[in-house]
Ligand binder design. Structure first.
Ligand code: XUL
Length: 519
């Protein structure tokens, strides 16, 4: 058997998926939801409560414990982990973990104690800032000013200075907790942290995810010396040189061999960001295919041959694990906003779809909602903005059907408005993530983008991408062949656009732009 394990450490859960390259099947798919399985960490939606809504941090030990749970789930599901020939993974992007003792100093994990208890004493910072954090505007301005401004940052790193990116987060930590900064010997992204747990050694950050730090010089394929210096003193010594996403970074620690039954010396391939991994899982690693990912954050992305920055300053350039680059726009109010409306109006997901498909029409009779329950990344909204426009019933919160359509329409219109740098007139568009199974949401996306929307058979494309990256690195399989076999479209769920909705949404798009500008 030729099995490969892909892990995805995302905002609200950790999932594991196994592909079998001999049979072409996805043979296991487990998911540990933090809020359900690990309530003792007080991160019901993946982050800790904080009085400042701009501060969003998580507990890295929760991710460690989730790793053990998900491997245990695979064993309970009857998976023989001895047949796994390679492991890779993905992590929510930008989040960072700070160590006072290097993973390389660990040598080996002891099988006598849970991993969590062995990782705890390594940390120099108890919490990890994650991608939802927006508390570093001052640090962004300081870093950009030190290197010649945002345009220069964009040209070097693919993004202007961005609050959630790791560099500004590192600078804030250095300023707020200088003693803890001085104790820090090693910094990880969520992705390289998870990989280091598996090998019990320091795994470098890969270039795909490293591009989300405001530290990587895209053309030099290495950290930018001037950005390291502008971010925090001594930072260069706390980061290993970044590696290609296809790098074999070590073998599974004996801890996992003894506890979960993996084979000795199972290779571990560099972990990357969830979006770069998803690009591979969607079979979209060649330029020309756009993807919409509907998760805690919604993202729009596509492969890109050469780095090209977003003239409007919203988008980013990350590394494409299959080579080259990818363009991405990120929307923070993704599933949390959809869940908020579903919960507020007592709609389950079937009723939510029904509200869109059976009870409302494109344009929502002019009813529109600005659904920014948390500070938004795209467009930039530093505080929450929730505003209702339209009929008295809608504005008064008495029209659940229109409310369901409104949140999805604004999200889709905003994606259309703000993702032009990713690609114009994208058609078809592939769609992934939990919400990509909801026919109501797919209908709105098809009509707003006037494009055929195609979900895949596997909806966790990030974990799938990780498993495929492991297969590619170990077996040398071609990317196109892996995509053909594993990233198959679920054609029966594809939705084609209604041409009569085009004019309605052209007008609604203008209305949204005016409202976002406060007109
Ligand atoms: C991308 C981003 C999010 C995270 C969490 O820039 O911030 O999509 O990767 O999924």
């Amino acid at each position: 058997m030729a099995r490969f394990l892909g892990l995805d450490a995302s905002t609200q859960s950790l999932s594991a998926l196994i592909v079998d390259t001999e049979t072409g099947a996805v043979s296991a798919n487990c998911n540990v939801v933090f809020g359900e399985r690990l309530p003792q960490y007080h991160c019901p939606k993946g982050f800790l409560a904080h009085e400042d809504p701009r501060v969003r941090q998580s507990d890295p030990l929760m991710w460690v414990e989730a790793l053990e749970l998900v491997l245990g789930d695979l064993v309970k599901a009857g998976v023989d982990l001895a047949s796994v020939r390679g492991v890779s993974g993905a992590g929510q992007q930008h989040g960072s973990v700070y160590l006072a003792r290097s993973f390389d100093a660990v040598g080996a994990w002891s099988t006598d104690r849970p991993l969590r208890d062995q990782v705890q004493p390594l940390l120099s910072r108890r919490t990890s800032p994650i991608w939802m954090d927006s508390a570093t505007s001052v640090e962004c301005a300081e870093i950009a000013a030190a290197v010649g401004g945002d345009a220069r940052m964009g040209a070097v790193t693919g993004s202007r200075a961005i609050e959630r990116f790791t560099g500004p987060q590192i600078r804030k930590f250095y300023k707020d907790a200088p003693a803890d900064w001085a104790r820090t010997v090693e910094i990880h992204l969520v992705s390289s942290f998870m990989a280091s747990l598996l090998t019990a050694s320091t795994v470098p950050i890969d270039r795909g995810d490293g591009a989300g730090m405001n530290l990587l010089d895209l053309s030099a394929e290495n950290w930018s010396r001037s950005l390291l210096d502008a971010t925090a003193p001594g930072l260069a010594a706390k980061l290993r040189p970044p590696v290609a996403s296809t790098t074999r970074v070590g073998v599974l620690s004996d801890y996992f061999v003894n506890k979960y039954g993996f084979s000795r010396k199972t290779p571990v391939i560099a972990f990357t960001g969830d979006n770069p991994s998803s690009l591979v899982g969607m079979g979209a690693s060649r330029p020309g295919t756009a993807v919409i990912s509907l998760g805690t954050s919604d993202t729009v992305f596509a492969a890109m041959a050469a780095p090209r920055t977003d003239p409007r300053g919203y988008g980013h350039v990350f590394g494409n694990p299959a080579g080259g680059f990818m363009a991405l726009a990120c929307f923070a109010n993704g599933s949390l906003a959809r869940e908020e409306i579903a919960h507020r109006f007592g709609l389950d997901w079937d009723a939510f779809a029904d509200a869109i498909l059976a009870h409302t029409r494109p344009g929502n009779r002019g009813n529109m909602l600005l659904p920014y329950f948390v500070p938004e990344i795209t467009p930039r909204l530093p505080a929450s903005v929730v505003r209702w426009f339209g009929s008295d019933d809608f504005v008064g919160g008495r029209d659940p059907y229109a409310a369901a359509r409104a949140v999805v329409e604004t999200q889709a219109l905003s994606m259309r408005l703000h993702s032009r740098f990713v690609g114009e007139d994208m058609n078809p568009i592939l769609v992934t993530g939990g919400a990509s199974r909801n026919p109501g949401i797919l209908r709105v996306l098809a009509d707003v983008f006037q494009a055929t929307i195609v979900p895949l058979q596997v909806s966790n494309s990030s974990a799938l991408g990780a498993a495929l990256r492991a297969a590619q690195a170990v077996e040398g399989a071609a990317w196109d062949e892996l995509a053909r076999r594993f990233s198959a479209p679920a054609t029966h769920l594809a939705v084609t656009p209604d041409p009569t909705a085009r004019a309605v949404y052209d007008e609604a798009s203008g209305a949204l732009e005016r409202r976002l500008n406060g007109d």
